[in-house]
Structures are given as structure tokens and as C-alpha cells.
Design a binder for this molecule. Structure first.
Ligand SMILES: O=P(O)(O)OC[C@H]1O[C@H](OP(=O)(O)OP(=O)(O)O)[C@H](O)[C@@H]1O
Ligand code: HPA
Ligand SMILES: [Mg+2]
Length: 165
């Protein structure tokens, strides 16, 4: 898989602020969410912040892995499903959280499990936008989002010398 040409690096501080902004939007819906289902692994981090802001203490995971080791890249494997209790009523009053939606494939798969849940993520690319109910920042499809848990401090090439980010 070739990486998109633009880079959007996100610091811990920015991620925290953007996830707080997402929490504000969710609180403005005036909907009572009984639980969060976070899509691992990326959804774990915003779920922790949203759970604190909205005082939602029942947290479940849906564990989906994308098999990059297979020829058919993008094939997903469900490692752990959602608890039966939260699947009741098609997931009404469940908040599904992920860090981002890109093609929308992951969100579509979880939507099949929880058709009436509210889907939220911090960042969205255009192809994924129709799969998500609430998000904060949209970036173009040819942008790769670098999350703080994937980054370290390194030397930055000057922009004039071809720096990407
Ligand atoms: O809209 P899509 O094209 O499906 O892409 C979005 C998904 O991709 C990333 O997860 P990834 O599968 O890389 O795994 P991770 O969360 O375990 O890092 C991201 O956290 C979303 O869950
Ligand atoms: O832009 C992205 N950044 C990190 N992980 C991702 N998984 C799909 N798209 C992305
Ligand atoms: Mg993910």
C-alpha cells in the first residue's frame, strides 16, 4: 500500500483537544448513551476521553484486525464481538467510537452489528463521512493522519527541502 501524499501529524495535545470538541458535539445531541463500544485499537484512546467527559462508565470493545499480511489487503478479521446486552434493540443508545474513518469499511462492518447506534470519530476522510454521525475534522482522502501513539521526536527537514508535514 502506498501512503497518501499529504501528512497530517497530530500531537497528544491536539488529539485531546479535538476529542474534547467531539465530546462537546455529542453532549449537544442531548441523547442518553448507556454505553460506549470502541473499535480497537485506535478507538481506545478517544473512548477513554469521551467516557470521562460524558460520564459513560460502561465500555465495550469490538476488536477488528486488518490483515496486511494477506494478498487480499484490507480483509478484516473479527477477533472479539460486542456483548449480547449491547446488541439488544440494534444498539439504540450505544455510542460507537473510533479515532478516524478513512474508506468507511470498518464503520460499515460495525454498523451491521449495531444499526441504530450513534457513530462518532475524531477525524474523517470524504469516503468515510457517510458512515459516521458525528466527527470533528475532515481531511482530504490523499492525507495520512499520523497519531501521537505512532510518532516519536525526530529531525524535521525544512519545507524548502521537501518536508511533507
Ligand atoms: O475507514 P477504514 O478504511 O476502515 O479505516 C479506518 C480504520 O483504520 C484504522 O484502524 P486499523 O485497521 O489500522 O487498526 P488499529 O486501529 O488497530 O490501528 C483506524 O483506527 C480505523 O479503525
Ligand atoms: O490516515 C490514517 N492514519 C492512520 N491510520 C489509518 N488507517 C486508515 N487510514 C489511516
Ligand atoms: Mg482502528
Amino acid at each position: 500500500m502506498s501512503l497518501p501524499e499529504k501528512a497530517f501529524p497530530v500531537s497528544w495535545d491536539q488529539f485531546h483537544r479535538d476529542t474534547r470538541a467531539l465530546s462537546w458535539r455529542l453532549s449537544g445531541l442531548n441523547r442518553e448513551f448507556k454505553a460506549i463500544v470502541c473499535i480497537t485499537r485506535g478507538g481506545l484512546v478517544p473512548a477513554a476521553i469521551i467516557s470521562r467527559e460524558l460520564n459513560i462508565r460502561l465500555i465495550d470493545t469490538v476488536c477488528i484486525a486488518t490483515r496486511h499480511d494477506y494478498v487480499d489487503q484490507g480483509e478484516t478479521v473479527l477477533l472479539k464481538g460486542i456483548s449480547a446486552e449491547l446488541l439488544e434493540n440494534d444498539g439504540e443508545s450505544v455510542l460507537v467510537v473510533d479515532d478516524l474513518t478513512d474508506t468507511g469499511k470498518t464503520a460499515r462492518e460495525v454498523r451491521e452489528m449495531l444499526p441504530k447506534a450513534h457513530f462518532a470519530c475524531v477525524y474523517a476522510k470524504p469516503s468515510g463521512v457517510p458512515t459516521i454521525d458525528t466527527f470533528v475534522t475532515e481531511v482530504s482522502q490523499d492525507t495520512w493522519i499520523y497519531f501521537p501513539w505512532d510518532l516519536g521526536f525526530t529531525y524535521q527537514e525544512p519545507i524548502a527541502k521537501g518536508h511533507r508535514g
